[in-house]
Design a protein around this ligand. Sequence first.
Ligand code: PEP
Ligand code: MG
Length: 588
Amino acid sequence: MTREKELTLKGIPAAPGIVTGKVLLLDREQYVIPKRSLKEEQVQTEIKRFKDALLQTKQEVLDIKKRISEELSTEHGQIFSAHLLVIEDSMLIEEVIAKIKKDKLSAEYVFQDVLKKYIKVFSEMDDEYLRERISDINDIGKRILKNLIGAREDALATLKERAVVISYDLSPSDTATMHKKNVIGFATDIGSRTSHTAIMAKSLEIPAVVGLETVTKDVKNGDTIIINGTHGLVIINPAPTTLKLYESTRKKMVAFEKHLLETKELPAQTKDGRKIELMSNIELPEEVTSVLAHGAEGIGLYRTEYFYMNRKDLPTEEEQFKAYSSVAKKMKPYTVIIRTLDLGGDKFLSQLDIPQEMNPFMGWRAIRFCLARPDIFRTQLRAILRASAFGKLKMMYPMISGLDELREANAIFEDAKKGLRKEGVAFDDNMEVGAMIEVPSAAIIADILAREADFFSIGTNDLIQYSLAVDRVNEKIAYLYEPAHPAVLLLVKNIIEAGHRAGIWVGMCGEMAGDMYMTLILLGLGLDEFSTSPVAVPEIKRIIRSVTMDQVREVAQQALMLSTGKEIEKFARRKLKEIVPDSATEAD
Ligand code: PEP
Ligand code: MG
């Protein structure tokens, strides 16, 4: 047997760690089709299942056809007649049924097999019209398969064996439903470091590489693959020597992490005694364990969108209250900052009928959506307020772009308080309410916002994308996404100084807070709080504990005199190596 050649691809590191495993290819166009054998007595049920899926698909297509005919024109609706012809093709249906009976294999497996044969025959035809029908067959085939096996999220959630998932893309909700034990790593063609999929992977501590462009074409199901999420590499069919090398690197990394964890009980304090709030970001309540295990002293960003995802209805006040209060209780006496609903951008909620937008990141999202849907917003605010009686909660609004929004949100908040007071429900009347600063306008008018906010938390993921005009999830322009860009640093500096002038504290919860090479500069600019993924906490703590404020102020000042992001990054890495010689970033 000839061994396949080792192939290394370089992408964008999304979540650190090294794993080796078998590939499960989950292209966006495909579903995972298990080869399931049937017992004789199951055959008839399987045929019925197939017929039901055809009926269900037919109904779906008829609905689409009707809608399109009404909304566009009858001609447009006719496009779907070709789809109906495929569903009604008796030869295809009979062939599938005959094969289920003969081979005693699951309907989806047989159907996919027959479909492939049809597509091959059509693609070899001379007739252009018939060749063009391939996309119809493909399309309808996928619909039938979907109805046979359910959505692909189910495949991710119910994965039986440990695997490395390879996919063109994964939505944040795909990632949220991943079977944590069995998805040991993943890699995608598109995406970037600050896409919510990458953020989710980091929280779940699943090593991941994104933006690989061709990985779905370069692997096959069952290939062996190494995911090096720390350096953004994947190695397909590694040679035995590579496997060995990686295993020893992995062991060293685990040992290093263990060593870092020894600082767990120590405060995040500079050598000259400046205490920094070092907190963590979470997406799901279960992550509290990891936050505490890594020695974070609070949660600086609790993203609540995931609560609304992967479900058909909206979460009730009671459900939200239970989740928020359980996080508050578990984290006591530490602070938990809950961010109100920030849907939109790359986080869509299927249960809300939100129209497709040309520019979703600049569209009807976050606080804009909440202010337009005060019913949904108030439910969340009431749940947060009620939970505030059970721990130390703070709350912040995402995507504030001007004072009107902050005031409007606060008015609804005050109204929610009034309601609870009337009902005699307990809550923390002095709960701090802050604004995320992630829109350039907010960064520029931070002085104005600081008068009416209790704190600021800088959302660099969005702040960078908006100020540099670089879509945070587009891997083609990832090279322009520069946290160290002088424009970004000037905005950060302005926000911190404005906050301090008004006497409020300023934190950072974007991914930049966990970028070790930026820690010295951010400390030097006066940042009061860092909120990072739990895995980054020990190293950031070690850096904080290794410096004095004079040292970092000097670093920040020098950085601000440089002219480009590349220069600043290079300078920052050099300084880090100088001041904290055995820092983990040396490997970068
Ligand atoms: C940010 O924009 O930096 C942030 C923390 O929010 P999110 O990544 O959820 O948009
Ligand atoms: Mg944001």
